[in-house]
Design a protein around this ligand. Structure first.
Ligand SMILES: [Zn+2]
Length: 235
């Protein structure tokens, strides 16, 4: 494994522009690879492949984001996904169990959220906190979007859908509406995610960059890039 080529990330406190007293956490690429403390190593799991039930009990990673929201990496049917999910405590022994509330992202969606759009999301948050109008919406693939909207102090990662005979997609209940603090915490967990599945994330190619998408028809016919229209454009 080419460890040296791994991107190292670290969190740093920075002042919010125009608000000297207000400190935010920002994620930086750590080129010098100095900050080992944010990358505390844990031994790789030697466990055999987990089945569906065990995957929830023994995720590769489970870290709290705030409230009862967790970032979880789990394998399911051979595919690694990053979940943003609400966990609750069992009364009998206070162990945590996953609820249906939340969303699971394949690695392309996760990579878009945390690499492609992370800075734009931060900018949208800053505009929101400066009480400027914000209507940020970016496509993560299929009908998954991340939004930041005026009036809601939330980073909303959500699945949308196109009701029959409608022209516009609408949000579904499947999603994670994270507070800005939880979003900051999510960013601070990126190094831990990198530690666990960095190789897999690096091998993900964005669908729109693939060779079949180099002409417009390629993305129009793609269920990931154009989920509600692609069938109409198939010749
Ligand atoms: Zn595509």
């Amino acid at each position: 494994m080419a460890v040296n080529s791994m991107t190292k990330w670290k969190c740093k406190d920075v002042e919010t522009p125009g608000e000297p007293g207000r400190i935010r956490k920002r994620l930086f690429v750590d080129l010098e690879n100095e900050d080992k403390t944010s990358l505390e190593q844990s031994p790789p799991s030697k466990k055999p492949k987990l089945d569906a039930d065990q995957a929830e009990q023994e995720p590769l990673l489970r870290e709290n984001l705030g409230r009862n929201w967790y970032l979880v990496i789990a394998e399911f049917q051979g595919e690694t996904k990053v979940h943003l999910r609400v966990y609750e405590e069992r009364e009998e022994d206070e162990t945590l169990y996953p609820t249906k509330k939340g969303i699971s992202l394949d690695l392309e969606k996760w990579k878009k959220l945390t690499e492609l759009y992370s800075e734009e999301i931060d900018d949208a948050i800053e505009r929101h906190e400066a009480e400027m109008p914000v209507s940020y919406k970016k496509h993560l693939g299929e009908n998954f979007y991340v939004t930041v909207e005026t009036g809601f102090s939330l980073v909303n990662v959500r699945k949308w859908w196109m009701p029959p005979n409608e022209k516009d997609i609408v949000p579904t209940r499947r999603g994670a509406a994270l507070t800005f603090d939880e979003w900051e915490e999510l960013k601070c967990l990126i190094p831990r995610v990198e530690e666990k599945i960095g190789d897999q994330i690096r091998s993900v190619e964005y669908c729109e960059n693939s060779e079949s998408h180099q002409n417009q028809m390629g993305s129009l016919q793609c269920p990931r890039c154009n989920p509600n229209e692609y069938t109409k454009n198939t010749y």
